[in-house]
Ligand binder design. Structure first.
Ligand code: SF4
Ligand code: SF4
Length: 370
């Protein structure tokens, strides 16, 4: 049996079919409100964009969705988790400041921001999954504890995953720093000696005492380190670097297992909206937005994260690739656009594996909302 995916295109010729109006219609036709119960604390999962990006989901679209959600008498909050890498969203104060600078102020979006894993990513819940790579996964506490969740995903390329959509938004976006580190690599973080001033803050936060100070610099005992990533989030000098190198297929499978854990306690209390616009070659975590590789396609809604990502990919691949972008090949309709940028990784494997572990269904019925 296939999952239903609702879709609006981005054509507009008057007041009744401008994109905000069509987006509200999509929300209604897809019946997203059925995931919400009066009084719910509803997490609206989003990526606010790193400082310097501009391709993230437009706050005006987010406002439409928040207003619709509030019709169900619930309490929505916009949320994301802090990053593993050093940037403008490594801890909650920086993250919220970045979100506001990118346009997600309360006055615009009509909802507060709560960073779901806490100031230094210690608000964490272990969720049992019993899968091939993980027995349990580390999900941000305020996402886990929310009563319902609407997942808003900007679909675009990604250097390690091939592409990012709803599944990646669940996997990496709902994980704590420790969970992100474990997905990314079994390798350990390393110290950048030139940046380290020996303050020992990292050492005090290491849960397994694997960091010492020698000759005024921090040093990691790789044997003892469990790769939790906590030291990377607390270093004030940003002198601890994550080792990103890992097997891509294992990385995709680990992400699917994390996505499975992120939704496990939500059952019929979760819905997905994918924005296939500004399809940039890289994700919104890098502090720039390159030219999109295809034209804007539309907005999709579903209750199935695998189906909505599969439909998003198929719609992207039907487009003609744009010249003078990061796209190196696969310009013709039907050819895989993300492989045309990141040919070292086939991102579709996350959907294969996601389907095999019960996260969702690659078969879908696309229903266009007029
Ligand atoms: S917290 Fe950073 S600067 Fe301080 S000792 Fe650790 S690595 Fe060095
Ligand atoms: S990754 Fe975790 S275990 Fe390893 S050194 Fe950093 S804080 Fe310690």
């Amino acid at each position: 049996m296939s999952s239903q995916v609702y879709f609006i295109n981005l054509r507009a010729s008057g007041k009744k079919d401008n994109i905000p109006t069509k987006l509200r219609r999509l929300y209604d036709k897809a019946d997203i409100k059925k995931t919400l119960t009066k009084g719910d604390s509803t997490a609206v999962k989003i990526h606010f964009g790193e400082k310097g990006t501009n391709a993230f989901i437009h706050p005006v679209f987010v406002r439409q969705i928040i207003d619709k959600i509030k019709e169900s008498m619930v309490k929505p909050f916009l949320t994301d988790t802090n990053t593993l890498y050093t940037g403008s969203r490594t801890n909650s104060p920086d993250h919220i400041q970045t979100a506001i600078e990118n346009g997600f102020a309360y006055a615009v979006v009509n909802a507060p921001i709560i960073i779901a894993d806490g100031i230094y990513s210690k608000n964490s819940v272990d969720v049992k999954v019993n899968k091939k790579h993980f027995d349990s996964v580390k999900i941000a506490g305020d996402i886990y504890n929310s009563n319902s969740m609407i997942v808003l995903s900007h679909v675009k390329g990604h250097g390690m995953a091939g592409f990012g959509g709803a599944v990646k938004n669940l996997a990496m976006g709902c994980a704590t720093a420790a969970g992100k580190q474990i997905q990314h690599s079994d390798a350990k973080p390393k110290i950048i000696d030139e940046e380290c001033n020996g303050c020992s803050i990292c050492s005090k936060h290491c849960p397994v005492d694997s960091i010492g100070i020698q000759s005024g610099k921090s040093i990691i005992d790789a044997e003892r380190c469990i790769g939790c990533g906590e030291c990377t989030t607390v270093c004030p000098k940003r002198a601890i670097e994550v080792q990103w190198k890992t097997d891509y297929n294992v990385f995709l499978e680990k992400m699917a297992e994390y996505a499975y854990g992120a939704v496990k306690n939500k059952a019929d209390k979760i819905a997905y909206i994918n924005f296939v616009m500004n399809v940039t070659p890289m994700c919104d975590c890098v502090p720039w937005s390159d030219t999109p590789i295809v034209g804007d396609v539309g907005i999709l809604a579903s209750f199935d994260p695998v189906a909505i990502d599969q439909a998003s990919l198929d719609l992207i691949n039907q487009q003609i690739g744009k010249e003078n972008t990061a796209l190196k090949k696969n310009f013709q309709p039907g050819e895989d656009k993300f492989l045309g940028v990141h040919d070292h990784v086939d991102g579709r494997k996350i959907l294969d594996y996601g389907q095999s572990i019960g996260l969702g269904n690659r078969q879908y019925e696309l229903i266009e909302v007029k």
